[in-house]
Design a protein around this ligand. Structure first.
Ligand code: HEM
Length: 125
């Protein structure tokens, strides 16, 4: 098992994660059917997002929350969906990487997912 330390590592992690997501019974449909995500556009954004978050290499400039409100308006992204997202992310990190940066990737994702879940819930009230 290796450490999470390069851009290539992030690309591998993100690819494996979204492979799972796309086939997932609980949250896959948000990407495939609700948002009809163009993976060739989405994946590079996610590499940059994680590179920025983990390595401070500021290649992502965007608003990660904003993209989710329109999806949430079409079909509610509920707490259970975010919990499942966290489960898949944690599994994917742990299947492929070890060490402090891998733990940070899980920790940061969990915080953002929880915050996002809260914001989506508030937006539906
Ligand atoms: C069940 C939970 C989630 C669902 C259903 C979801 C779904 C989506 C969808 C449909 C897009 C738009 C893709 C596109 O059309 O290009 C997107 C973008 C994105 N998501 Fe999520 N997402 C979830 C959780 C998260 C979490 C927890 C994070 C962060 C840790 C995250 C980070 C992002 C980022 C950075 C983008 C790109 C935004 C941009 O275009 O700048 N998402 N997500």
């Amino acid at each position: 098992m290796k450490k999470l330390e390069t851009r290539e590592d992030i690309e591998l992690l993100v690819n494996k994660f979204y492979d799972k997501v796309a086939k997932d019974e609980t949250i896959g449909f948000f990407f495939n059917d609700v948002a009809k995500v163009k993976w060739a556009n989405h994946l590079p954004k996610m590499y940059s997002f994680w590179e920025t978050l983990l390595f401070g290499q500021v290649s992502y400039k965007g608003n990660p929350m904003a993209m989710h409100f329109p999806v949430n308006e079409k079909v509610a992204i509920e707490k259970r969906h975010f919990e499942h997202w966290i489960k898949l992310w944690t599994e994917t990190v742990e299947e492929n990487f070890m060490g402090e940066m891998a733990e940070t990737a899980i920790y940061k994702a969990t915080n953002i997912a929880n915050l996002m879940g809260y914001k989506m819930e508030m937006a539906r009230r």
